[in-house]
Each structure stands twice: as structure tokens, then as C-alpha cells.
Design a binder for this molecule. Structure first.
Ligand code: GLY
Length: 363
């Protein structure tokens, strides 16, 4: 299968997103993107075992070093970042090296942040192997680690030199991770593409059965939307915040439950339901539309209900969100299906009432 190429433009240039099959072992594709002789591949042990060999085949003429990090959001920490830097120093890597992130969102965020910091910045390539990373986290240059007090609180914008999304890697993705990725796919439909929501409702079974054509269409549609938004608002001074539908609630769920308990996509799914419910209470979405969103998320095998952390705890966690402005939490809500807004203009009682009803009074 020939790869499909999309472009992301940013303040300092542009880079391709390549989507297709058999890309990992494509020497020409990887060589074009990575002229560096010394490469540091960061991955998880299981992904390295499954897919590292293919990547090495595509980079046979380079000096490859690798560093493996344990799986799970609980490892996306400053210690995890230090491990990558230690490995790069031990390998004697200079500023003319490049890093490669081979894995999901945790590997991509850690590697990208390490690349932003190492020797004040080295190039890095995103090679996402999960659906979530292929449709969202590998594109757009957000890199970060978590803090015990909040998700992604320490990080940098550092754009990759490219994104190589080989859909073959999805054949070994655990079911739970596939479903978590679907949450971010559904997100694009809800915020900006009502027709895509129709398509998702019609083709969800194909996606769950991992039919390559359906996966490729969903990845390309998602990446096209993400590339458009990042191209217009790289640093999230406006429109890019819309990509955070469900994330303010979702990050609070992840932090409050303990990193690694809920997958990011699961927390975003429950967060999108909360956002839809609040949009309904504000008179923007109908109960029928909220039911439609809930039904799709449920069919995707994702949670619709948040954990019972309690309204006070949820509000405390949400107060550290990066969209807080002037002490007020801005929320991404839905004016209608396919049209999102980021707003601080909602009654506090409506948010508190929603959280009390759906996450409990205590906490
Ligand atoms: N995942 C949201 C963003 O990249 O802006």
C-alpha cells in the first residue's frame, strides 16, 4: 500500500504525516526524514520486541541506540525523562543525533520532551504504534510529562520532523488500547465533522474488527483535522483548545484515579459524555443528541460514566488545567454536533450540579 501523505505547517516549517502499511521498513522514507547518523529509539519492551526489528531494517545504515521505558501513564514522569537523557549521554550522542519515538502516547510524549531538552533540542521522529497516538498525540508537537498534581504539567512544544503511522502496528494492539484510540477519533467528529460522526456510526464494527481500509480512513480523517487546526494555532492560543473536548474532565479522572488506572482515551470518553451532558443542560444539545453520543461511545466499548471522585475533588483537579484563564476553568463544550466552543461563560452551578449528579457529592 502506498502511504498517503498529509502536511503539518508550523511557525518554523512543515513536516509530513505518512499513513499506510509497511512503512516501518521503508528505508527511503525513513532516510529522507532522518539524515542523522546516530539515532536513539525510545520504546516499550513489548513494542520493541514486536516492531523494533522492522524499524531497524529500515535504518540499516545508521548507528542505532535504544532505550526502553515501562508501559503505562504512571511512567510518564521526570524520572522517565531523565532515563532517556541518561541513555543519550551514555551513548555519547551529540547535537547531530536524532530521537525516534516508537510506541504510543506515553513514549511519544516522553521522547518528544527529551528531544526538546537534550542539548537544548534535537530532532525527533514520531512512529506511533497505537491508534490514539496515530490520530492525535503524535501530531502537533505537544510533549510533556505528568506531575502528581496534574496531567502534562511539565512539557514543551517541540514539533517532530515527521509522523510515520504504519497501520500494520495496529494488528498487535490490545483491544482495550484500540478502543481508547477510538475516543479521540470520535472527538474529531464531535468537534468539527458531523458527517464523520455518521460515518463512524456506520463503520464502527469495521474499526473494531480492524479492517485496514476503515482504519486508514479514520486515521487520515482525524489527522487531516488535526493538521488543519495545528497549522492555524500551533501554540493553542485559540482554536487548538477545541481538540481538548473531554480532556479537562478526562485529565481530572486520570489524575484523581491514579495514573495508569484509566487509559487516557477511556478518561476522554467519559469526559466527552460529561461535556455533552453540560452542553445539554445549557440548552445547546438535545437529550436525543446526548443519547446518540453515549450510544456510540458505549458501542465502542468505552466508559460513559466517570468514577465517583466527587464534585469537590473533580473541581480541585480541574483547577490545574492548562486552559484555566484568570482563575476560571474554560471548558470545551458542544454548541451542536460538529461544532465545539471553548468557553468560561457557563453558570458555576450548572457545572457543580452536573459533577454532583454524575461523580457524587463527596470528595
Ligand atoms: N491532544 C490535543 C492537542 O494536541 O492539542
Amino acid at each position: 500500500m502506498n502511504p498517503t501523505r498529509l502536511e503539518v505547517t508550523h511557525a518554523n516549517g512543515r513536516y509530513p504525516i505518512m499513513v499506510g502499511s509497511g512503512l516501518l521498513s521503508s528505508t527511503s522514507l525513513l532516510s529522507d526524514l532522518l539524515p542523522a547518523k546516530d539515532l536513539m529509539v525510545v520504546s516499550h519492551p513489548s513494542i520493541w520486541t514486536l516492531w523494533g526489528g522492522r524499524l531497524l531494517a529500515g535504518l540499516a545504515d545508521r548507528r542505532i541506540h535504544h532505550h526502553l521505558v515501562p508501559e503505562g501513564e504512571q511512567h510518564k514522569t521526570l524520572d522517565g525523562l531523565a532515563g532517556i537523557v541518561d541513555a543519550a549521554v551514555a551513548a555519547g550522542l551529540n547535537r547531530d543525533c536524532a530521537f525516534i519515538a516508537l510506541g504510543g502516547g506515553v513514549v511519544g510524549d516522553l521522547t518528544g520532551f527529551a528531544a526538546a531538552c537534550y542539548q537544548r533540542g534535537v530532532p525527533f521522529l514520531q512512529v506511533p504504534t497505537t491508534l490514539l497516538a496515530q490520530v492525535d498525540s503524535s501530531v502537533g508537537g505537544k510533549t510533556a510529562v505528568d506531575h502528581p498534581g496534574g496531567k502534562n504539567l511539565i512539557g514543551a512544544f517541540h514539533q517532530p520532523v515527521g509522523v510515520v503511522a504504519d497501520i500494520d502496528t495496529l494488528t498487535t494492539l490490545p483491544d482495550r488500547e484500540l478502543r481508547a484510540g477510538l475516543a479521540e477519533v470520535i472527538k474529531y467528529a464531535l468537534i468539527m465533522d458531523a458527517d464523520f460522526l455518521d460515518w463512524l456510526e456506520a463503520h464502527l464494527a469495521d474499526l473494531l474488527e480492524r479492517r485496514p481500509a476503515a482504519l486508514e480512513y479514520a486515521i487520515l480523517t482525524s489527522c487531516r483535522h488535526k493538521a488543519t487546526i495545528v497549522g492555524r494555532d500551533e501554540r493553542e492560543s485559540g482554536e487548538r483548545a477545541l481538540l481538548n473536548l473531554g480532556h479537562t474532565f478526562g485529565h481530572a479522572i486520570e489524575t484523581g484515579s491514579g495514573y495508569g488506572e484509566w487509559l487516557h482515551g477511556e478518561a476522554v470518553a467519559a469526559g466527552m459524555v460529561l461535556a455533552a451532558e453540560l452542553s445539554c443542560r445549557l440548552g445547546w444539545l438535545s437529550a436525543v443528541e446526548v443519547g446518540r453520543i453515549r450510544a456510540l461511545i458505549k458501542r465502542a466499548g468505552l466508559p460513559c460514566d466517570p468514577p465517583r471522585l466527587g464534585a469537590a475533588r473533580m473541581l480541585e483537579l480541574m483547577a490545574l488545567d492548562k486552559k484555566v484563564l484568570g482563575g476560571r476553568v474554560r471548558l470545551v463544550l458542544l454548541k451542536r454536533i460538529g461544532q465545539a466552543i471553548c468557553t468560561a461563560d457557563y453558570p458555576d452551578d450548572a457545572l457543580r450540579g452536573l459533577l454532583e449528579d454524575l461523580t457524587g457529592m463527596q470528595g
